[in-house]
Design a binder for this molecule. Sequence first.
Ligand code: XMP
Length: 504
Amino acid sequence: MDIQVAVLDYGSQYSQLIVRRIREQGYFAKLFPPAELPDLEGISAVVLSGGPRSVTEEGAPDVHLEVLRRLNVPVLGICYGMQLLSRRLGGDVKSRATREYGPAKLMVEDDEVLLAGVKDRSRIWMSHSDSVKALPEGASVLARNGAGAPVALRFAECWFGIQFHPEVTHTEDGTRILRNFLSLIPEGPRFSMASFKEELLRRIREEVGARKVVCAVSGGVDSTVLAVLLHEAQVPLHCIFVDHGLLRKDEGDQVMASFAALGVEVDRIDCGDRFLAALQGIEDPEEKRRTIGDLFIDEFFGHATDLELLAQGTLYPDVIESATSGSIASRIKTHHNRVDRILELQKQGKVIEPLAELFKDEVRALGHTLGIPDDLVYRHPFPGPGLAVRIPGEVTAEKVAIVQEADAGFIQALKDSDWYRKTWQAYAAILPVRTVGVKGDERSHEWCIALRAVISEDAMTADWVELPYPLLRDVSNHILNGVDGVNRVLYDISTKPPATIEWE
Ligand code: XMP
C-alpha cells in the first residue's frame, strides 16, 4: 500500500499517536526521520511532528524546505513543526523560559479550511516552549490562545501550522482538525484493512518465494494473526507451538483446536516437563526468565531444522522503539533472551516481519478480516514466560495447577459478567506463602491466591479495575471451595507504577 501521509518525527512523545489518528481517518501514514524526506516520492501529504527541542537552539533538527516545496502537497506542522516552518519561512520565533503545558482555549479567527467546523473557545492541549513573534511573509493567523498568541497559522494555500496537539483526546476538536487537513488530499482515503490484507499477502508471496517459513505460535493475538496470514498467502509454512506447560488451563489444547478450525497445521512440542525440570530450585525472577527464554529458543530451533526464513510478529511500536533506541535487540521480546541466533538470521536477511507496520488494534482488525474468532482476537495479553511470572518463588507442578484452576474460575466469571472485554488483563497469581485457615473443624496451612485485573492503554501504565464486590465475592467463594490447596484470596489494588502488571 502506498504511503499517503509521511509524518516526520521530531521526537515528540505523541508522534506514534499522530500516525494512528491519521490511519483512523482511512489514510495510510508512517513515521520517518526528517532526513528521509528527500526519499519520499509519491506521498500525498506531510506532517511535521512536535519535539522536545527549541527551534532556536543550535543544531535543532531541520526540514528540507526545498524538497517540501517541490513535493507540492499539503503540509501540517504540529508544535515544533509549526515553529520550524515559521522560522524557516522567514518568521521570528522566540524561546520562552518556561514550557506552556496543559489545556488552553482556542480563539478562532478564521474558520475556513483547517478550522472549518471547529468550535470557537474549544479546549486545546499545549506542550511547547517556543512562540511565534513575527509571522513569515504571506502567513495569516487562524486562531490564537486566550493570551493572544498565535496558535494556528496558514503559511500558504495548503501549508498550515498548529501550536497545540490535535492528536491527543484532550484537544476537543483535534480529530476534526486532522480530518480537515486530510481532506486536502485529492485522492481521498485509501486505507482499509481488507485492502491492506491483500497488499500484505502480495508482499509476503513476493518476499518468501519458495522458501520455507518457520513461525512460532503461542495462541496470542500477534502470532495467531501472523500464522493465519502466512497460511492464507499459501507460502511453504511450518508453525511451531512450543508448549512450555506454563499456559493457562487447557490453553494448549485450545490453541491447537483454534488453528485446526482455521485450517492451519501446527506442530506442537509438548515440553512442560523439561521446563519444570529446568526451573527446579530457581527463585530469582530474572534467572527464571532467562532459563525459560533459553530453553524456549533451544526447543524452537531444535524443531526448526527446515527453517529458511523466520517470521516474527513484531509490531509497529516495537520497530519505532528500536529505531529510536538504535538497538535491534530491543525488537525481540524479553521472552527470547538468547537472541543471538535471531540476530544472526536477521543479518543474513532471513527474518520477515509482516506485521511491522501495524498497531495492536490494527492487528486485531486484520485478525477479524482473516476470519479469526473474536475469542482469540480479543484475548488478554499473556507474558512469554507464562504462569512462571505469576508464581513468585520456585515454580512447581502443584503451583502451576493451582494457579491454572484459580485463573480459569476468575476469567470465566469476568466473561460471564461482561468484565473481560472491559479489562486489559486479568489473572490469578499464587503467593509464595502458606497462611493459616480453618476448613471444617481443622486448621489448614495453605496457599494464598492474588487476583489482578487492570486497565491500560499500552501496558506502560495501568490502573486496577474497580470490579463489583459481588463479583469478587463469587470468584473468591469459587476458588476457596473449588481449588484444592488454597485458603485465602486477595485482590491486588496496586497501580503501575510503582507495581508492574505481572508479579515478576
Ligand atoms: P509488566 O509486568 O512489565 O507487564 O507491567 C507489561 C505487559 O507485558 C507483558 N509481559 C510480557 N510479555 N514477555 C512478553 O511477551 C515477557 O517476558 C513479558 N513480561 C511481561 C505483561 O503480561 C503485560 O501485558
